[in-house]
Design a protein around this ligand. Structure first.
Ligand code: PMP
Length: 323
């Protein structure tokens, strides 16, 4: 009889990753990007017939969010630069989705991941991070990602040989991911017909990267941001810039206008999207839809693109789903 080895939960020891390994990225990484661009056909009532609204389905990335793109570009650059070598762990501050992206890619590459996340991040996110075996350090919920960033910075200063701090808020590779992938995909998928782009502001990587690409390609494209309507909000992943530290990668010169979205409006749209479009997306995706539709309502013709950042499955514990 053949003796099969017992399955074990212990990871096998691996050689440290080098830049050479990046020529053949792990299979899961090859599934990042090239997401579908979906037209919103039901929630668009009242719009001029010559106006169309599309959402980039970033929930279809393997880690379930837009942050897979930035996660991979930042890790890859750190390996190329020689900052992520030997036994060093990946370290970053995140509201959740970047953490999941880093944990996923770290697992596939055999690199340890440590994440500083605000204590009030959703239960689903914390459990997903635990599943990927990432080390999680919970930081002050009221201090939002600013406190998480401060903790990550302190750790990286105290233990420079133990951690490679990616600092997604200041890392040009975060912007580059969107300049080189999300932006060109939107251009191609709309046959160059995109007229308006709307993005929420978290690290601002999506806004800055896509905005920069589209404006370089076609200066007439209008680029809008949207933000929560106040400092205390439920739009996880997004920042109310007037009251928090503005990320270093933010490029205000790209901005043609900013919209404000309330958490209540986002929750209502989240329910409409799942019930009318069959799109079970997250809260910031719903907020993006509210912003894109509000902008679209001011137009007589045009093609508006926004981002559906993550999947609704990540928010199942929200009270909004109790009824
Ligand atoms: N929505 C969600 C759910 C997010 O996790 C993030 C990332 N923090 C964003 C929007 C904003 O993306 P970016 O960091 O590129 O600004």
């Amino acid at each position: 009889m053949t003796a099969y080895p017992l399955l074990t939960t212990e990871a096998a020891p691996r050689e440290s990753v080098t830049a050479d390994d990046l020529f053949t990225p792990p299979p899961v990484v090859t599934q990042i990007g090239n997401t579908p661009l979906l037209e919103l056909k039901q929630v668009r009532s009242g719009l001029h017939p010559a106006v169309r609204v599309f959402a980039k389905a970033e929930w279809s990335n393997p880690g379930g969010s837009v942050k897979d793109r930035a996660g991979w570009y930042m890790i890859r650059q750190a390996i190329i630069d020689g900052r992520l070598s030997g036994d060093r762990r990946i370290l970053d501050a995140t509201s959740g989705n970047t953490g999941i992206a880093l944990a996923m890619i770290g697992a596939a590459l055999g690199i340890g991941v440590t994440l500083c996340i605000p204590a009030n991040a959703s239960a689903e996110r914390k459990r997903i991070l635990a599943a990927y075996h990432a080390e999680v350090i919970l930081t002050d919920a009221l201090g939002s990602t600013d406190s998480a960033q401060a903790t990550a910075r302190q750790l990286s200063l105290k233990y420079p040989d133990r951690y490679c701090y990616l600092n997604q808020y200041a890392n040009p590779a975060n912007v580059r991911a969107h300049m080189l992938t999300t932006g060109p995909e939107i251009w191609r998928q709309t046959d160059g017909k995109v007229t308006h782009f709307v993005a929420g502001l978290g690290t601002t990587g999506t806004f800055t990267g896509v905005g920069r690409y589209l404006k370089a390609r076609a200066p007439q494209v209008r680029v809008f941001s949207f933000q929560p309507d106040g400092p205390l909000h439920g739009l996880e992943g997004l920042k109310h810039l007037p009251t928090v530290h503005v990320p270093e990668i933010y490029d205000a010169a790209l901005l043609d206008g900013n919209l404000e979205v309330s958490t209540e409006d986002a929750y209502l749209m989240m329910k409409r999207l799942v019930r009318e479009e069959g799109l079970f997306v997250g809260v910031s995706a719903a907020a993006a839809t509210v912003a894109a539709l509000r902008l679209a309502a001011t137009l007589e013709s045009g093609l508006v693109v926004t981002i559906h950042c993550d999947t609704g499955a990540r928010y199942l514990s929200l009270p909004v789903w109790d009824s």
